[in-house]
Ligand binder design. Structure first.
Ligand SMILES: [Zn+2]
Length: 455
């Protein structure tokens, strides 16, 4: 192990230079003009994987941008890690808001600025360099490793689910590891163990065939916008609790252990409110702020329209009213079940004078990894050792749909060991990645291999 750590010191500058080299490639998956760059990037990863000693290295066609795969499976009897990442990046617009060109990496202080630095090239490079260091100094890895880097994450992983299904045996593993999330605060490593799911619907109400004059018809007909706001107002009470019957039936409450860990994270409601320009925060009573953000479901109206929206006044009773609504879900809520419960409840509230159409648009499951999971615990020990700090246990208020796909098909726990920082500007101008996290990240993955090898 000490030889491996020495190797990191000896190659410190080279690792950074190589990171600069991969950040120069504009692998923007959404722009067809960059299709050649995507192939260049995939090829470069293939060369890199072969160079560091990975085996069965392949660039595999998917119908879209290719998947780059490789493996090292010479640790019989030891657990297998499937490490997922993505080599595509977000577009760079608005490019004039960047302080330096997005594909000309610049180091300022501890940070490297470039598109893809944090999301996700810098983070996949952590794994490659950890593998290189182990194989170069020990001739072997303490675990079996499979690498799968896709090129379509930023466009919704269009072909990945099918790819995983088609290559289930090849990708079979004991743990899936993803480094594509930020830490909660600088200096403190974090492990993300929960994600929320989603149910998204549209409600359409129709009262009449055509818009009506409110003087000639007002008092004889029900206004669909009035009806819609009356219905939607019954989705939540005034302390933020959702009133859809059965909505909370399957919610997995957080454990005392989770609650303890969550309470230890520094979070100032005042500062947070200030940062978004809100006079105060609001949410379901009886839960802590971060608990509401990460481990409680929500109901939100995302848009509502109908009637007259122009300048001046128009005395109209609109024929129709529409709303888009979404619910962030937590484990173990089922998005289809929730959509159905919403639908039934709304239908029960629709007045006889209205016709309604309720369409479920899309949905996804939430996800949570057990905090006692041995792989997760191995990750915690490794991160603590490398960063010299206690590990923050985090959840994510949003969704990472591919996590649930891996969990369901590979049937292995997914460990989200992320090395970004909260101000990394992913998807925004001046994206950056901490070089401290880059180097400590490599060290932590070396410890992680070792810890998992002992499981
Ligand atoms: Zn990403």
């Amino acid at each position: 192990m000490s030889k491996t750590l020495d190797f990191l010191n000896e190659n410190h500058d080279r690792f950074e230079q190589e990171l600069v080299d991969i950040l120069k490639i504009p692998s923007i998956s959404s722009n067809p003009d960059n299709n050649d760059d995507m192939l260049v990037m995939a090829e470069l990863l293939k060369v890199e994987m072969s160079k560091i000693g990975m085996k069965n290295v392949q660039v595999i066609e998917t119908g879209g941008h290719p998947v780059v795969y490789s493996e090292w499976l010479d640790a019989p009897g030891k657990p297998t890690l499937l490490i997922y990442g993505h080599y595509d990046v977000q577009p760079v617009d608005p490019v004039d808001l960047w302080d330096s060109p997005p594909f000309e990496p610049v180091v300022k202080g501890d940070k490297i600025f470039a598109r893809g630095s944090a999301d996700d090239k810098g983070q996949i490079f952590i794994h490659l360099k950890a593998i290189e260091a182990c194989l170069a100094t020990q001739g072997e890895l303490p675990v079996n490793v499979k690498l799968i880097f896709e090129g379509e994450e930023e466009v919704g992983s269009i072909h990945l689910e099918e790819f995983i299904k088609d290559h289930e045996d090849m990708l079979n593993a004991d743990y899936v590891v993803i480094s594509d999330t930020p830490m909660f605060r600088e200096g403190y490593p974090g492990i993300t163990y929960g994600l929320r799911g989603l149910a998204y619907l549209q409600v359409n109400l129709r009262g009449t065939n055509t818009d009506l004059h409110s003087g000639s018809f007002g008092g004889l007909v029900k206004n669909p916008i009035n009806a819609l706001v009356e219905i939607l107002a019954q989705m939540k009470d005034d302390v933020g609790r959702i009133l859809i019957p059965g909505f909370y039936d399957d919610v997995l409450p957080i454990t005392d252990n989770e609650h303890n860990k969550l309470s230890k994270l520094p979070f100032s409601p005042k500062e947070f409110a200030d940062s978004i320009g809100a006079p105060a925060l609001f949410g379901e009573t009886g839960f802590e702020d971060l608990e509401r953000l990460w481990a409680r479901p929500t109901f939100d109206i995302n848009g509502i329209w109908g009637g007259f929206q122009g300048e001046g006044a128009k005395t109209v009773i609109p024929a129709e009213a529409h709303a888009k609504v979404s619910m962030r879900l937590v484990a173990n809520q089922n998005p289809e079940d929730i959509a159905q419960k919403f639908k039934s409840y709304v239908e029960s509230l629709i007045p006889d004078s209205m016709e309604a159409e309720i369409d479920a648009m899309h949905g996804g499951f939430g996800y949570v990894t057990d905090l006692d999971n041995p792989g997760l615990q191995a990750g915690v020990r490794a991160l603590k050792k490398a960063f010299g700090k206690e590990v923050d246990f985090l959840r994510e208020g949003g969704s990472i749909p591919i996590v649930k796909v891996f969990a369901d098909i590979i049937k292995a726990p997914v460990l989200l060991m992320g090395y970004g920082l909260p101000d990394q500007n992913a998807h925004a101008p001046n994206e950056n990645f901490s070089l401290t996290n880059f180097h400590k990240g490599i060290e932590s993955i070396i410890y992680f291999f070792d810890e998992v090898g002992q499981l």
